[in-house]
Structure formats: C-alpha cells, structure tokens
Design a protein around this ligand. Structure first.
Ligand SMILES: NC(=O)c1ccc[n+]([C@@H]2O[C@H](COP(=O)([O-])OP(=O)(O)OC[C@H]3O[C@@H](n4cnc5c(N)ncnc54)[C@H](O)[C@@H]3O)[C@@H](O)[C@H]2O)c1
Ligand SMILES: [Zn+2]
Ligand SMILES: [Zn+2]
Length: 348
C-alpha cells in the first residue's frame, strides 16, 4: 500500500510501505476512505515536533471502513464505517476514565501520525479500537464526519467549554484558521451576544463572517482591544479564545479579556509567551490550556447530523489520496489558495 511518509524536516513522499497488521487484540485495521491535513502536520514537517521520527506515516484524522479487528474488539467489526479520532483512548487509565484521553497513561493520547503511523495512508492500525473509533451514523457522509476527528472537538472542548461561553457573552476569537472558525461555529451554539474574530489575513476574516462572527478585526490595521472595549462599555471580552499558537496571540487574548473574564488557549505553542502578572494579578482572570480529549465527539456527531453545525463548510479543496503532494502545497499557502480544510479521498 502507499502512505505519506515523513523522512525528516521538509521531506515527505507518497511511498510504498507494508500494509499494517493487527499487533494487539484491541487493534483495528481501517481502510482509509477520507482523510485530511492539519496545521500540526505542517509543524511536524518543519521539524517542530521531534517525537515524530523519520519513516513515520503522518495524519491523525480519518473516516474509513474497518478491514479487520483483533479478537477482543467488540464495538466495531469488519465492514463498519468509522471515524478515527485524533485521540486514542486506552479506556482504563485514570485520565481516560475521567474523560481526558488526551492525557492517556495507557499508551493512547495523540499517537497517530506522532508516535505511531497515522491516517494519511491507504490503511491505518488503530489501537484500542473500541474506545478510539466511532461508528458513522447511517446517512451521514464522510466529509461531515471527518471534521469530528480533530478540529470540532478541539475548538468545542478546549475553546468553548473550557472558556465557559454563556448566553449573552462577548466572545473574542484570536485567529480564524480552521480551529478559530470552528470555535466561532461552536460558540454560536451558546447564543453569545457578539463574536469578534481577529486575524491578520483578510481571506480568513471573510471566512469568519461565514462561520458566524458578528465583528471582524484585522489586527494589522485596527486595534482589537479598542473594538472589544467599545462593544462592552470599556470592560473587555467575557471569553477570549486563542486559536493561533504564537506568543503575540496569547498576549492579545489576555489583553482582550475583562476583569473576571476567561481566556481559553487552544494554540500549540513552540515559544514562551509573557503573562503580565504585574497587571493581571488583580483582574480575577481564569486561563485554561488543553489538548483535545475527544469526550465531546458523540455530542458533536449529533449536532453535525442534525445540521446545527455545517461541517462541510470547512472543506475548500478536494483531492484523491494519490495527490498528497498538491494537497500539502495548497494547504500550506492559505493566503493565496484560500484553503481551510483539504480533503483527500480514496478513488472508487
Ligand atoms: N489544543 C489542541 O488540542 C490543538 C488541536 C489542534 C490544533 N491546535 C493548534 O491550534 C492552532 C490553530 O490551528 P489552525 O489549524 O487553525 O492554524 P492556522 O495556522 O491555519 O490558523 C492560524 C490563524 O491565525 C492567524 N494569526 C497568526 N498570527 C496572528 C496574530 N498575531 N493575531 C491574529 N491572528 C493571527 C493566521 O493568519 C491564521 O489565519 C495551531 O497552533 C494548532 O497547532 C491545537
Ligand atoms: Zn490536528
Ligand atoms: Zn488511557
């Protein structure tokens, strides 16, 4: 079979590799029907994630068809259509039992396309298949469900729920990439009074309007702190969500928050950011961080199936699995290509 294999910073190829087999009786082998690329894969290709060794198949999002299961797998069987979540859950460790599989101590967590071979391939081995795959509801199509592998649970859990978005809140979202846009779509479920989207790129702010932002601010030309203060009688946002992963964006999110406000960081940071505790100590703020756990996936599956979240809207480009070269190229240049999520599907 073929897979998108990382071979060191900047190097990837759609290469011939052995088809994976069952290694543990809790494994499933899934034929990948649809997969996508995440900003995190670009971080890996830059060499920012040293845990990813040369020879690793990338990818942590897929919808596919179960090809084979180990002897103790009960929840899925060969032929079932399943969502493969970016988070694998052993189901038995302290964190998994607590709904925090992102922190799994039993060999799960974010392992696909990171510590073991991932989903950008014709077949993938999924450990702990009972806890780490979800049957696709009848009638739902692959493209809708695929957005539940990573971006929707990430923004919902780490952004909207950690940030405690409530009806009437003013919510500021820093960054309007796929993660920021899905934070906007999920925040809407809670009837905030205003969602303010902040980004450096006009194309992304246009997308933010489509996803439900009431106000957009290009912070190359406008001061978002002023805009948010003018909407809130000088106070600041009830909830500020950081969806970028650079120090300036986190520091802006803190500045945007009102006294007593909540700041939910989603971005993956590679550099230290400054928290001005000399200003913030007396402002009663709450800051949360998090890796997605995936506990909300069944809820989001219902919201997508009932069309309360339009998951397909994230998809801007479609390719076949053999076109990974072009797909990475389009995804890595969003300012020119307008890419949000690019989807790659098996040729039928
Ligand atoms: N916590 C988690 O579990 C988790 C899961 C998935 C992704 N992530 C992280 O979420 C972050 C966002 O992901 P994405 O795929 O949307 O990334 P992206 O790169 O597509 O989007 C980031 C957006 O931020 C904008 N931006 C950059 N600097 C800015 C600034 N100073 N102010 C305002 N906007 C700015 C960019 O123009 C871009 O539109 C990444 O760091 C990613 O690694 C975290
Ligand atoms: Zn991801
Ligand atoms: Zn676990």
């Amino acid at each position: 079979m073929r897979a998108l294999v990382y071979s060191g910073p900047g190097a990837r190829a759609w290469a011939k590799v052995p088809k994976p087999g069952i290694l543990a009786d809790t494994d499933a082998i899934v034929r990948v029907d649809t997969t996508t690329i995440c900003g995190t894969d670009l971080h890996i290709l830059k060499g920012d994630v040293p845990a990813v060794a040369a020879g690793r198949t990338l990818g942590h999002e897929a919808v596919g068809t179960v090809d084979a299961v180990g002897s103790s797998v009960r929840a899925v069987k060969a032929g079932d259509r399943v969502l493969v979540s970016c988070i694998t859950s052993c189901g038995t460790c302290r964190y998994c039992r607590d709904g925090h599989a992102g922190q799994c101590l039993g060999g799960g967590g974010w392992i696909l396309g990171h510590k073991i071979n991932g989903t950008q391939a014709e077949y993938v081995r999924v450990p702990f298949a009972d806890m780490s795959t979800y049957r696709v509801p009848p009638g739902a199509d692959d493209e809708d469900v695929l957005m539940l592998a990573d971006i929707l649970p990430t923004s919902y859990e780490v952004g909207v729920l950690n940030g405690g978005v409530r009806p009437g809140d003013v919510v500021a979202v820093v960054g309007s990439g796929p993660i920021g846009l899905s934070a906007i779509a999920c925040a809407r479920l809670f009837s905030p009074s205003h969602i303010v989207a902040i980004d450096l790129a006009e194309a992304r702010l246009e997308a933010a309007k489509q996803f439900g932002a009431d106000v957009t601010v290009n912070n190359t030309s406008q001061d978002p702190v002023e805009v948010v203060r003018s909407l809130t009688g000088g106070l600041g946002a009830d909830v500020a969500i950081e969806a970028v992963g650079v120090p300036a964006a986190f520091e802006l999110a803190v500045q945007l928050s009102r006294p007593g406000g909540r700041i939910a960081n989603i971005g993956m940071h590679g550099q230290p950011a400054t928290l001005h505790l000399e200003e913030q100590w007396q402002r009663n703020i709450t800051i949360t961080t998090g890796l997605v756990d995936g506990y909300s996936t069944p809820t989001l599956m219902r919201l997508v199936s009932s069309l309360q979240i339009d998951a397909k809207r994230f998809i801007t480009h479609r390719f076949s699995l053999g076109e990974f070269g072009e797909a990475y190229d389009v995804f890595a240049r969003p300012a020119e290509t307008g890419a949000l999520k690019v989807v790659l599907s098996r040729e039928i």
